[in-house]
Design a protein around this ligand. Structure first.
Ligand code: SF4
Length: 460
């Protein structure tokens, strides 16, 4: 995919937003998932209590992260796993490659892991002569199309079944024009079975790791992580250091929240627990990755973003994400949480993302771990202003607005001018290419009098 050096979200979103079929269809598909989430959330009477508990557990974990990581390393090592530490994406990739080289591996099967996407593992391994097969169906579809996932839970949600049919026809030799989901799924199943059998090493992500036991959990709906980790003798699990929970009993809180928030299911179909290598002939490597997380932990304003359990609920509910599509964010993690996380890595490159938000607060309402997402997006806008990263036209218009709002007389006069001129101006004078706000909107009828005037008359 063509990556822009500076992400211009409005420009990147334009092809999606202006596509009369795709944007409304994408919007509807994700709203369906959001509605399923609502049904599941309302079926659990203690839902709000669970959210608060999850938030508190995460706050305590991040506050004592060093201790919990050490405890996890000790317990995982006692179970027979080899624990590696990676300061950044580059080191993570080098560690994985070394393990593969040590085993003379040329083919790996990989289950869905946003961390490996974040680290650019696939292109790195491919450049080093390793054949990487993503085994999650959605991930495999985007991999065959040389695209990136557009959603963290539903990587191919931007594609229609007809497009998947075309991709499978081209790569898997399915019938031309076939778009029946059952037929396409069967074709993918056959194709992936061969890849599973040929895989020499299995790579998975980690949903939750438990400090107390040294074990970890991987959640999938297709069982592909289980097969990928069980067939080969070497399993590499890659996890961000924030994926820890302190105790085994904490897991129940997060597992109840995750599936319901992500896809509106009461539980993920496969919740697999790994405690050390499978047997004496097998190896389990766990790569703990920082890649900017410790820096984020130092930030009072954005630290809570580390609580994210990657359920995707904030994306499913976000009116901007639903209409602009995940690729418009030009980031591994799109949507509201992505718009908080991306600028922490490079605020100049991702400066437009905190503005891809209507501040409706829906993301904050649905987040199962209570991250105050829209407050953080607002904080980013302020920060971007402080860093002098706002464009010239935005700076000028904000300065003018500030002048206007600070003076009651000026505000009142501007209102009068606006009401009077809107009555007489022809349509073309307000709706032209320079006024981007009116490209897709009509202006409201101007009121006869100002609110202040109306209030003075009616509320005396
Ligand atoms: S920020 Fe909250 S809602 Fe969004 S993906 Fe993370 S946990 Fe889910």
């Amino acid at each position: 995919m063509n990556m822009l050096p500076i992400v211009d979200h409005p420009a990147a979103a334009r092809p999606f937003v202006t596509n009369p079929d795709r944007a409304p269809w994408h919007d509807k598909a994700l709203w369906f998932v959001r509605s399923k989430r609502d049904k599941q959330a309302s079926s659990v009477p203690e839902w709000e209590y669970l959210r608060s508990l999850a938030s508190q557990i995460k706050t305590a974990t991040i506050a004592n992260l060093g201790d919990y990581l050490t405890e996890f390393e000790r317990n995982a090592t006692a179970l027979g796993a080899v624990v590696h530490w990676a300061a950044d994406a580059e080191e993570h990739n080098r560690i994985v490659l070394k393990i593969l080289r040590d085993h003379d591996t040329h083919r790996i099967v990989k289950s869905k892991s946003m961390l490996t996407e974040e680290c650019g593992l696939n292109p790195f391994l491919e450049a080093n002569g390793i054949d990487v097969v993503d085994t999650d169906l959605g991930e495999r579809i985007v991999q065959l199309r040389h695209e990136t996932p557009s959603h963290i839970v539903l990587p191919a949600i931007h594609l229609k079944k007809e497009e998947v049919g075309e991709t499978f026809h081209e790569h898997l030799g399915t019938d031309e024009g076939a778009a029946d989901p059952k037929y396409l799924t069967e074709a993918a199943r056959g194709h992936l079975r061969d890849k599973f059998l040929a895989g020499e090493v299995g790579i998975t992500g980690v949903n939750f790791a438990i400090a107390e036991t040294g074990g970890f959990v991987v959640c999938t709906n297709e069982g592909n992580a289980d097969l990928g980790a069980s067939l080969p003798n070497v399993h590499i699990a890659c996890m961000g250091i924030e994926k820890l929970v302190p105790r085994f009993e904490d897991l129940a809180v997060f597992l109840r929240l995750l599936a319901r928030s992500a896809t509106g299911q009461p539980i993920t179909t496969y919740t697999s627990h790994f405690h050390g290598p499978r047997d004496s002939h097998s190896e389990l490597h766990i790569v703990l990755v920082d890649n900017g997380r410790s820096r984020l932990r130092q930030s009072d304003a954005f630290r809570d973003a580390l609580h994210c359990i990657r359920c995707g609920a904030c994306m499913n509910t976000c009116p901007v994400y639903r209409r602009s599509g995940g690729h418009s964010y030009r980031a591994t993690i799109p949507g509201p949480i992505g718009s908080v996380l991306s600028p922490t890595r490079d605020s100049s490159k991702h400066k437009s993302l905190p503005f891809a938000c209507s501040l409706c607060g829906s993301c904050t309402d649905v987040c199962p771990v209570k991250i105050p997402l829209h407050h953080q997006l607002l904080a980013w806008r302020k920060e971007i202003g402080n860093l002098k990263l706002l464009s010239y036209d935005k700076r000028i218009s904000m300065k003018m607005a500030s002048l206007l709002f600070r003076s009651a007389r000026l505000f009142s006069f501007a209102g009068w001018v606006g009401r009077a001129s809107l009555k007489v101006l022809p349509h073309w004078a307000t709706h032209h290419r320079l006024n981007t706000w009116t490209i897709a909107r009509e202006l409201p009828e101007p009121p006869k009098e100002s609110f202040r005037h109306w209030y003075a008359k009616n509320r005396k």
